[in-house]
Design a protein around this ligand. Sequence first.
Ligand SMILES: [Mg+2]
Length: 282
Amino acid sequence: MEFQNQFQEADQMPKYECLLFDLDDTLYPLSSGLSDQCTKNIEEFMVQKLGVEEKRVTEVNQVLYKNYGTSIAGLKAIGYNFDNEDYHSFVHGRLPYENLRPDPVLRTLLLSLPYRKLIFSNGNNVHVAKTLSKLGLDDCFEGVISFETLNPTKDDEGCSTSVFDRSCLFDAGISELPATPIVCKPFANAYEQAFKKTNINPQRTIFFDDSLRNIQTGKNMGLHTVLVGSSNRTKGVDYAIESIHNIREALPELWEIDNKNTDTARTLSGKLAMEKSVTAEA
Ligand SMILES: [Mg+2]
């Protein structure tokens, strides 16, 4: 088979076959203000919809975010019951998307990279689509791994069934905190599911994220890692770049495969994508 013959020519195989990108604060800068507003909206949701005490809401949110990766995962874990879509529309519905502008520089960079490209975000589908559209990047990615990808059930009643005394939240050790029904970065099960659903081989994938803990889990899961928004190369960080625009300077090797290998990479990328989408749908 032509595909198998190509696959066996190991010396012609490009080192990477896939680029995996976080969205928020990775494909656009933190300075856009979306992240700050998102935190404010989450706190407002907690006060208005869940009755969390206003003077403690920031502290509660921080503890949940720290221990559960996302606020929604923490809220569900400690027994709050609400509809995931209501949460997402409240939290994302009033973000200053108008602060995002088309980014033709990033678009050109992405389109010049002959690899599978996927988004891996804790955000929901509507948010991801709106953000990519505002950035002018909606046709740059083969697929999106979103909140719904990892939490496909409509069973939004899926809050933790364990009875947890929320007044103990600040004193509870990590082992005493109830598990969350939500699957999200930075936890290993989110990566395992993402790899499985999209047929990603982590050893041949580069992962870009602005969150150090997301990056460190990614590294533990076998991904090559690029921390975005920082020049601090710490544990688990293979590359650190201040801006996603610096990919070419930090990773020139991505463009340095010769023409023959580029053709092979494109062919393989296309064939793998086809094979994988068939497998994923099976
Ligand atoms: Mg991010």
